[in-house]
Design a protein around this ligand. Sequence first.
Ligand code: GRF
Length: 214
Amino acid sequence: MSSVNIGVLISGSGSNLQSIIDKTKVEDINGQVKLVISNNSDAYGLVRAEKENIKGIFLNPADYEDNSQYEEDLIELLKAEDIGLIVLAGYMRILSPKFVKEFKNKIINIHPSLIPSFSGDGFYGMRVHKSALEYGVKVSGATVHFVDEGTDTGPIILQETVKIYDGDTPETLQKRVLEVEHRLLPEAVRLFCQDKLNIKGRIVKGANDEKSID
Ligand code: GRF
């Protein structure tokens, strides 16, 4: 598989973006971040892209009549860079079914819980961790999944648990989950770029290839 051009969509600080960039610096994952697009001009992730000499674009939703015109330009920008993998890293816009179809099984997302828990419409940012603590779960974690037409509903690639402590607050839990995210997302990107992932319906194989214990 030829080297994959990676496009990362962000809306915020871009620490997950940074984790991917850092991974490509220390390991040949057969992919490079070529483009960062934000829907938020204040996203620090755009500063990170500039510092890394990666093309960063603020695509302003206010410049568009409606979402479909916004997405038309988004698709054009991604195709112009021959993007083969789109990573949603804290991206706060919902992508339309048309967009998802355009890049079928080439969009991955990082979510700060063990999907399907604390996921779906309205579950993002601190609300995810607050809900986990209020529910009283004993483990939370992070999930990397392919994006389908739903919200946080696509086939799961990787998950890792994070133990919850009695004294946890949403902030302390978020910090530990983010540390897991920063390992899990770049690993999922590597597996994709090295063509190790195989999707059949909801099941993704190639990420957990330790033999099952009979
Ligand atoms: C992460 O917690 C991610 O799970 C969620 O949004 C946050 C993005 O953080 N989707 P950053 O912008 O990558 O620092």
